[in-house]
Design a binder for this molecule. Structure first.
Ligand code: SF4
Length: 516
């Protein structure tokens, strides 16, 4: 019990209930720092809740109750961290929390059922959850707000059971049970009338797959016919690496921008766009630096610290919030110092792994568990291997293609669509670059795009002598595959194939079935 990494038996804190027995002791300096960040989160929550309209929202929307678990979520994703990694994690979580609080506040301000600020609502463009918000990079006076992000996507990060009710609602309405829980939950929220209603118009995108197209169909019907919010369907091409689809993709961007201009009365501002593009480029440069570090023996920004932040920074932010670039700089500075000192994140590094599959942190702190329990380093994950391309900072025609590129390469679809090269072949290239001996194939059982290649993943891994650990999960639905059932799949492989004992045996089986 102390300041050294690995000095706490992390599994011994778990009870059978919602919260753990006690907070982690990380030595005086780190415990005090962690406590100040806990206070900061409580500050964000208090500031949010003192507004009467936000209290009203707590009673109006079932999913708002999940936000009471926000401090617990941060604790989950900082387990075992010390020194630089703890600071990197909190730098990211502070910012993500503040951004979500702002998003909720804006949604309820314009929401016809809560704040009903009509003038504000006219300046809002609703964006899909899983959409790169690139088409908003030239509208400084508009707010691109996602309703799905706080109700579904963040809710499951906070509480593993957060969207089970909405999945049931969607199925009671006739949706088949094998649809991906991501679009299914969004549909359930819409059917139950649990989305805030606001906005001058909405941009939906065929971001991921047939599941998301189905979801958009149901949601847009309600938006257009009941709420009077016109929707634009941004249909990005699926084979996004092919040259001959790029002109079509660019035209979709032009059409989306024109649609927003028509419905809001605003005009596209190129100066603002290029300002945002410069920030996206800077974020990309930082992320590439972190990935380069992760290829060495002393990775510094990886696992939970890479995945959650990258998704937010690219999808929701897309250069529009300068504070994210400030955070990128701070993270790079901390990571470089730690790298020079050869800082270890856990006491023993046993395996270098690539995590392949869609979001592994939904309802689960899987990445941090891998490193703490088994010394498996999650060096990078599928969704963090997003665009590495530099956007033009002055050419307007190229900029349209860059926005199309970002939209086509949103973090899930850039791998689940685009053919075998992006889903299968590039994985082995990354294994080589990162010197990974293991791939954790985080197989979402409802994602046909991913599961279709099951046999081919096995064939190639065997050829290359890479350990392939299949980990089945159902993304948002822990009733189908629980957290412990997920952990057991890794435990089995580690014991039977690698014949290893865990670094922290208390983490091998944890009673977190009922916890948030
Ligand atoms: S996880 Fe798979 S099935 Fe679900 S939205 Fe993404 S691509 Fe579609």
């Amino acid at each position: 019990m102390g300041k050294a990494v690995g000095s706490e038996r992390l599994g011994s804190f778990y009870t059978n209930g919602k919260v753990r027995k006690r907070r982690e002791w990380r030595g005086v300096k780190d415990t005090f720092y962690d406590y100040t960040r806990w206070l900061h989160i409580m500050g964000i929550l208090s500031k949010f809740i003192v507004k009467p309209r936000n209290i009203k929202a707590f009673f109006r929307y079932r999913w708002m109750g999940n936000y009471l678990a926000a401090p617990m979520m941060v604790d989950r994703h900082t387990q075992g961290l010390r020194g630089p990694q703890l600071r990197i994690a909190h730098t990211e979580f502070d910012l993500v929390m503040e951004d979500i609080a702002k998003l909720l506040d804006n949604l309820f301000r314009g929401d016809r059922k809560i704040g009903n600020d009509k003038e504000f609502s006219k300046k809002v463009v609703l964006m899909d959850e899983n959409e790169m918000t690139a088409v908003m990079m030239g509208f400084p006076n508009l707010k691109g707000l996602s309703r799905e992000t706080p109700s579904v996507y963040v809710s499951v990060l906070l509480n593993q059971y957060a969207v089970c009710h909405y999945l049931d609602v969607a199925q009671e309405f006739g949706l088949s049970g094998d649809v991906c829980p991501m679009p299914a939950a969004e549909v359930g929220v819409s059917i139950e009338d649990d989305f805030p209603v606001l906005g001058a118009c909405a941009i939906q995108c065929n971001t991921t797959c047939d599941g998301s197209l189905m979801g958009n169909g149901v949601i847009s019907k309600r938006l257009e016919l009941e709420d009077g919010v016109p929707c634009f369907q941004l249909a990005a091409p699926l084979r996004h690496r092919e040259e001959d689809v790029q002109e079509y993709a660019a035209q979709e961007i032009r059409n989306a921008i024109q649609f927003i201009e028509e419905h809001t009365g605003e005009t596209w501002d190129w100066d603002y766009y290029f300002e945002c593009a410069k920030r996206v480029n800077e974020s990309t440069r930082h992320r590439m630096e972190w990935l380069e570090m992760n290829k060495t023996d002393y990775p510094q920004v990886f696992g939970s610290n890479l995945a959650l932040y990258t998704e937010t920074n690219y999808m929701a932010i897309c250069g529009k919030v300068p504070e994210f670039v400030d955070a990128d700089r701070k993270i790079s500075a901390i990571a470089e110092r730690a790298y020079r000192k050869k800082t270890m994140v856990v006491k023993e590094y046993r395996h270098r792994a690539i995590i392949w599959g869609v979001q592994s942190h939904f309802y689960f702190d899987f990445l941090i568990w891998l490193q703490n329990c088994w010394g498996i380093l999650p060096l990078t994950d599928m969704l963090s291997m997003v665009s590495t391309k530099m956007l033009s900072e002055d050419d307007r025609e190229q900029a349209i293609y860059d926005m199309a590129w970002l939209t086509e390469n949103m973090i899930m679809r850039n791998r689940t669509h685009g053919g075998y090269k992006v889903l299968l072949d590039e994985l082995w290239e990354f294994c080589e670059e990162f010197r990974a001996d293991t791939v954790i194939l985080w197989e979402h059982i409802s994602c046909k795009a991913l599961d279709g290649m099951h046999g081919q993943f096995e064939e190639k891994a065997r050829e290359r002598g890479i350990h392939l650990i299949w980990v089945d999960h159902d993304l948002f639905d822990p009733r189908i595959i629980s957290r412990q059932e997920i952990r057991d799949q890794v435990n089995r492989y580690m014991r039977t194939v690698f014949r290893e004992e865990p670094i922290d045996p208390t983490l091998e089986v944890i009673s977190d079935e009922h916890s948030w």
